[in-house]
Design a protein around this ligand. Structure first.
Ligand SMILES: C[S@@+](CC[C@H](N)C(=O)[O-])C[C@H]1O[C@@H](n2cnc3c(N)ncnc32)[C@H](O)[C@@H]1O
Length: 233
């Protein structure tokens, strides 16, 4: 007996488009949706615990009003969580894929809960690396970054620049003095953590158990140190 395609758990393609960072696919598996970018499984609607923690942990302890940047819209778990936090006054969301943004007007809307229409939210359809390289960006009290499966598992090779010394330099420059950098990873990234410790005085790796496989990791970095070669004023 044939059921409705995609409603029996076997993933079916709902839409396949050419994206900025390679082919982008939205799939349905049972009641859930999955996003695959450039052949990399990026996000689905099943869990979202660590994507919510990314925002909650970054904002914890910050007094209102908090200005937040979220890098990567995905299925919208991080964004929806940010809007539940009372101290969050403004959220800038940066997403480079037009199709992902469009899916939040249709199939993904239940997961982002209409967040793109919230007056606190500004959506930038742009590449996060260009946004953080722009000196006019920010500063933000929290940068919550989840554009890849982690510093060592990027969706496109260009994204890797974000996690190197130059990328961290740009990110540190986009933070307020009380600012927090939060980075999501599907696994531990020891080289990245070492770089964070060179650039920030307080670094922490939160492990979030997942139903299968290695725990997700949320890296939190606070108190940017003076950039190498610069003496504090
Ligand atoms: C893992 S998902 C984000 C998951 C999100 N935290 C959530 O709660 O659903 C990664 C998202 O980042 C986007 N992305 C990837 N590279 C990007 C870049 N360089 N600039 C902006 N967005 C990017 C992808 O299109 C995708 O929507």
């Amino acid at each position: 007996m044939g059921g409705i395609p995609g409603m029996d758990g076997e993933p079916v393609v709902v839409e396949r488009v050419a994206g900025t960072g390679g082919e982008l696919v939205l799939r349905r598996a049972g009641e859930h949706l999955e996003i695959i970018g450039n052949g990399v499984f990026l996000m689905d609607t099943r869990n979202g615990e660590s994507e919510r923690l990314l925002v909650r942990a970054a904002v914890a302890g910050l007094r209102a009003p908090v200005r937040l940047l979220i890098g990567g819209l995905g299925v919208g778990f991080s964004l929806a969580e940010a809007l539940l936090l009372p101290q969050v006054a403004q959220v800038t969301v940066v997403e480079r894929e037009r199709a992902v943004i469009g899916w939040h007007r249709t199939l993904l809307c239940p997961w982002s809960r209409g967040a793109l229409d919230d007056p606190r939210v500004t959506l930038e359809h742009a590449d996060l690396l260009d946004v953080v390289a722009d000196p006019a960006t920010g500063p933000f009290d929290a940068l919550c970054l989840d554009i890849d499966n982690g510093p060592d598992w990027t969706v496109t090779p260009d994204n890797a620049r974000l996690y190197g010394p130059e990328g961290l330099e740009l990110l540190a420059a986009r933070l307020t003095h009380r600012g927090v950098l939060a980075v999501w990873s599907a696994n531990t990234a020891p080289r990245f953590e070492a770089l964070l410790r060179e650039r920030f005085a307080r670094v922490e790796a939160r492990r979030v158990p997942v139903p299968r496989g290695e725990p997700d990791i949320v890296y939190l970095a606070r108190e940017a140190l003076p950039a190498a070669g610069l003496t504090p004023a």
